[in-house]
Design a binder for this molecule. Structure first.
Ligand SMILES: *[C@@H]1O[C@H](CO)[C@@H](O)[C@H](O)[C@H]1NC(C)=O
Ligand SMILES: *[C@@H]1O[C@H](CO)[C@@H](O)[C@H](O)[C@H]1NC(C)=O
Ligand SMILES: *[C@@H]1O[C@H](CO)[C@@H](O)[C@H](O)[C@H]1NC(C)=O
Ligand SMILES: *[C@@H]1O[C@H](CO)[C@@H](O)[C@H](O)[C@H]1NC(C)=O
Ligand SMILES: *[C@@H]1O[C@H](CO)[C@@H](O)[C@H](O)[C@H]1NC(C)=O
Length: 295
C-alpha cells in the first residue's frame, strides 16, 4: 500500500513536470540570465514569465512564501509612461496544463486552487504593504514587456516608504547609469532577503521580506566612465531596507532623511559584498552571475 502510494506520488509529480513546461524549469528562458546561467544557491519553483505568447523574464518562486525569491531580466532603455494595467497571475501554478501565459484575474469570485497556489489581490489590499516589483516596468522599452511585470509572482510585500522612496531612486539611478554607459546587454537580478528568525506575513499567507537586493552585470560598457561610476561596472549591487525596525548592520539609517522615507535606506555595494550578506542569511553560497560577471 505504502509502495503504491509512493508510486502514485512519483507518477503524479512526473506528470506535473512534463505538462507544466513553464513551471519548474528555466530552460525556455535562459536568455534572461548572463551566459544562460541562472543564479545558484536558492531553491524554489522556476517560472518562465510569459505574456502574450512571449517569454518576458524569469522568476524563482517560493510556493510556501507565495512570493518570489528573485526575478531576472534584461534591461532596455524605457520609453513612455508606466502602463495602467491590471494585476495578473500564473494559471500554471494551479493548473499544470495551462498554456503558461500569465492571465488577468477573471471577474467574480476567485478560483480556490489559484488562491491556494499564489498571492492574489486581496492579500495586498489593506495589508499596509504595497506591491513591490522585483522586475520593475521602468526598466523596459516595449509596452508588453512593461505590462508583463504586473504579475503577482513578480512582486513582494514592500513598505511604501521603500517603494516610493529610496528603492525607486535606486531603480532610476540604475536606469540612468545603464542607459548612459552600458553598451551591450545588462542582466539584472533583483531579489529578497527573508527575516532571520521570525518570519513576517501578510494575511497569514504571503511572506514579507526584511530586505530587497538588486545586482546588474553589464560586461560591455563605455570605458570613459566619470569617477563616481568607476566602481559600478561591470557589476553593481545594492540592498534596501524594508523594515524601519531592522538593525543597522547591513544597511545603516540616514537619520536626517525625510520622515516618509526614514528607515528605508538603500546601500550600494559590490557584488562580492552582496553575496557575502546572502551567504550569511541563507547559510549557503549564493552566486548571482556566472563567474561573477567576469567571463
Ligand atoms: C479593506 O478595508 C476596507 C475598510 O475597512 C473594507 O471596506 C474592505 O472590505 C477591505 N478590503 C479587503 C479586501 O479586505
Ligand atoms: C530612464 O533613462 C532614460 C535615458 O536616460 C530617460 O530618458 C528616462 O527618463 C529614465 N526614466 C526614468 C523613470 O528615470
Ligand atoms: C562614452 O562616453 C563618452 C563620455 O560620456 C562619450 O563621449 C562617448 O560617445 C561614449 N562612447 C560610446 C561608444 O558610447
Ligand atoms: C517596529 O516597532 C514598533 C515599536 O516596537 C512596532 O509598533 C511596529 O509594529 C514595528 N514595525 C514592524 C514593521 O515590525
Ligand atoms: C541623508 O538624507 C538627507 C536628506 O535626504 C540628504 O541630504 C543627505 O545627503 C543624506 N545623507 C547621507 C549620508 O546619505
Amino acid at each position: 500500500m505504502a509502495y503504491s502510494w509512493t508510486l502514485l506520488v512519483i507518477l503524479f509529480s512526473t506528470k506535473l513536470s512534463i505538462c507544466g513546461g513553464d513551471v519548474g524549469d528555466f530552460s525556455p528562458c535562459l536568455q534572461f540570465f548572463y551566459k544562460s546561467w541562472p543564479l545558484k544557491g536558492l531553491t524554489g519553483t522556476p517560472i518562465c514569465q510569459r505574456y502574450s505568447n512571449q517569454y518576458r523574464f524569469a522568476s524563482l518562486y517560493s510556493r510556501p512564501r507565495r512570493s518570489a525569491w528573485f526575478s531576472a531580466y534584461v534591461y532596455s532603455v524605457p520609453m513612455g509612461k508606466r502602463p495602467s494595467t491590471s494585476w495578473k497571475y500564473e494559471p500554471q501554478l494551479a493548473y499544470p496544463k495551462a498554456n503558461g501565459n500569465m492571465a488577468l484575474f477573471p471577474p467574480g469570485p476567485l478560483d480556490v486552487n489559484v488562491v491556494e497556489s499564489q498571492a492574489v489581490d486581496p492579500d495586498y489590499i489593506n495589508s499596509s504593504f504595497s506591491r513591490g516589483h522585483l522586475n520593475p516596468s521602468l526598466h523596459h522599452q516595449q509596452y508588453d514587456d512593461r505590462s508583463s511585470t504586473f504579475t503577482l509572482t513578480n512582486v513582494v510585500p514592500q513598505k511604501a516608504g521603500s517603494n516610493d522612496g529610496p528603492w525607486e531612486t535606486l531603480e532610476q539611478t540604475i536606469n540612468k547609469t545603464l542607459a548612459a554607459y552600458c553598451i551591450g546587454k545588462a542582466y539584472i537580478v533583483t531579489g529578497i532577503i527573508p527575516y532571520k528568525d521570525q518570519e513576517h506575513w501578510i494575511n497569514n499567507r504571503v511572506a514579507v521580506p526584511e530586505y530587497l537586493w538588486s545586482a546588474y552585470c553589464c560586461p560591455q560598457f563605455n570605458n570613459s566612465l566619470p569617477p563616481y561610476l568607476k566602481s559600478t561596472f561591470p557589476t553593481y549591487a545594492a540592498i534596501g531596507r524594508n523594515d524601519r525596525n531592522s538593525t543597522e548592520e547591513i544597511v545603516p539609517v540616514n537619520k536626517t532623511a525625510k520622515k516618509a522615507f526614514l528607515g528605508y535606506d538603500v546601500k550600494q555595494m559590490s557584488l562580492e559584498t552582496l553575496e557575502m550578506y546572502l551567504k550569511q542569511r541563507f547559510n549557503t553560497v549564493v552566486s548571482v552571475f556566472y563567474d561573477s560577471c567576469n567571463g
